[in-house]
Write a protein that binds this ligand. Structure first.
Ligand code: ADP
Length: 390
């Protein structure tokens, strides 16, 4: 049995999935190494959710991502019965050039290294497991799948900031992220709602990171993320859109160091910062604190505002799709967001929404509302298989 390993590396965690490639892609296992460098824990589940591994490791054994990748590799060699034929990686930044996934070679690595300054918190983490695999298995084809690629068809007008033009050439422009999720949803809509897939659709990827994407005939034409994954709607711990004057104030009047501002905007803002409590929507929904309600109201309000802007970019709206952790699991937040779309004629069906049905709008609703679970790993596996000629 031939298999593909899909890797999604973050700052302190390494998530992976294994797919069999015979007779279409089949998920065999899903795992993650969390607490890298602090309290490493490897957990792997089989296709049916059964636990295959649950091991704690010492921080000395797994101090960094390459070490985590080696440990996952060792587990694969020992326990995995398939023949690994390729590794697909989620890579946050493909810059303005990489419009599609690519087989990794030395040139690709050099190009991706050049993009590190554009995504300092993520790109290095994505490159580390690629290098670790090259070290151990230089023969193994590796594929980089970018979060930015799906948005590369945006108009040059949409991709600009109103600052002097030479910054655009330097790379200071809007890229957009969550592209693998949106690409998956666009494909899934063709299967589950073919009559709407060619229309004007907003997809709301609402997880710990959150953004909206405007799809016209299945292609991204606008999104809420920009130069970095800080822009747009508020997220679990990230601020979303903010007046750049606030940053000047923090740097100049408050004397904060750039690194402190970075931590504030990426790690201490969003739902967590506003509620003063948690970045988890479940905890905020369960709380009776006024700050928790404010955080959720603000989240919903900003999503409604952005949906209005994206509707303008599309020239109207046929459907709105909820996906990712919050979008797939919270009827309450979905109903509140749907209410911000009532001016467009959107009407939620309370029962269908509670059941997490695929279609959760009423027959009379002028905008169809859908819940479509996303699967970025499957998207990566498909691209990887495609590029190795499967
Ligand atoms: P990521 O993959 O970006 O880490 P997910 O897509 O898994 O994120 O989403 C994680 C978020 O989903 C959590 O922060 C949590 O707030 C939210 N979430 C998960 N389940 C529920 C639920 N039942 N109700 C509300 N929110 C939920």
């Amino acid at each position: 049995m031939d298999t593909i390993l899909v890797v999604n590396a973050g700052s302190s965690s390494l998530k992976f999935e294994i797919f069999a490639t015979d007779g279409g892609l089949r998920k065999l296992a899903k795992g993650q190494m969390e607490g890298i460098g602090t309290a490493p824990q490897l957990r792997v589940k089989g296709a049916g959710g059964e636990i295959l591994v649950d091991q704690n490791h010492s921080p000395g054994d797994v101090p960094d991502l390459p070490a985590a990748m080696r440990l996952v590799g060792a587990w694969l060699r020992e326990k995995h019965e398939g023949r690994l034929v390729a590794v697909g990686h989620r890579v946050v930044h493909g810059g303005a050039e990489y419009e599609r996934p690519v087989l990794i070679d030395d040139k690709v690595i050099r190009d991706l290294e050049k993009l590190v300054p554009l995504a300092p918190l993520h790109q290095e983490n994505n490159l580390a497991p690629i290098r670790a695999v090259i070290e151990r298995r230089p023969d193994l084809p590796q594929v980089a799948c970018f979060d930015t690629s799906f948005h590369r068809g945006h108009s040059v007008v949409a991709d600009h900031y109103a600052i002097p033009e030479h910054f655009f050439a330097e790379g200071v422009r809007r890229y957009g992220f969550h592209g693998l999720s949106y690409e998956y949803i666009a494909g899934r809509l063709r299967e589950v709602a073919p009559d709407i897939a060619g229309g004007r659709v907003i997809v709301a990827h609402l997880g710990s990171g959150a953004s909206l994407c405007a799809l016209s005939n299945g292609r991204s034409v606008e999104t809420t993320f920009g130069f970095t994954a800080l822009d747009g709607i508020p997220m679990g711990t990230r601020c979303g859109q903010i007046d750049p004057g606030v940053l000047l104030y923090l740097l100049q009047q408050r004397g904060m160091a750039p690194r402190e501002v970075q931590d504030l905007l990426y790690k201490e803002s969003g739902l967590k910062g506003l509620s003063g409590m948690s970045n988890d929507v479940r905890a905020l929904l369960a709380s009776d604190s006024p700050q928790a309600s404010l955080a959720l109201e603000h989240f919903v309000y900003r999503i409604g505002l952005s949906a209005g802007a994206l509707t303008a970019a599309l020239g109207g709206l046929d459907a709105f799709v909820f996906t990712a952790g919050i979008g797939e699991n919270s009827p309450d937040i979905r109903a509140r967001i749907a209410a911000t779309l009532s001016w467009l004629g959107a009407e939620v069906d309370v029962e269908k929404n509670a059941e997490q049905a695929l279609l959760i709008s009423t027959p009379a609703s002028k905008v169809r509302l859908y819940v479509v679970p996303t699967d970025e790993e499957l998207m990566i596996a498909r691209h990887t298989l495609g590029l190795i000629g499967g």
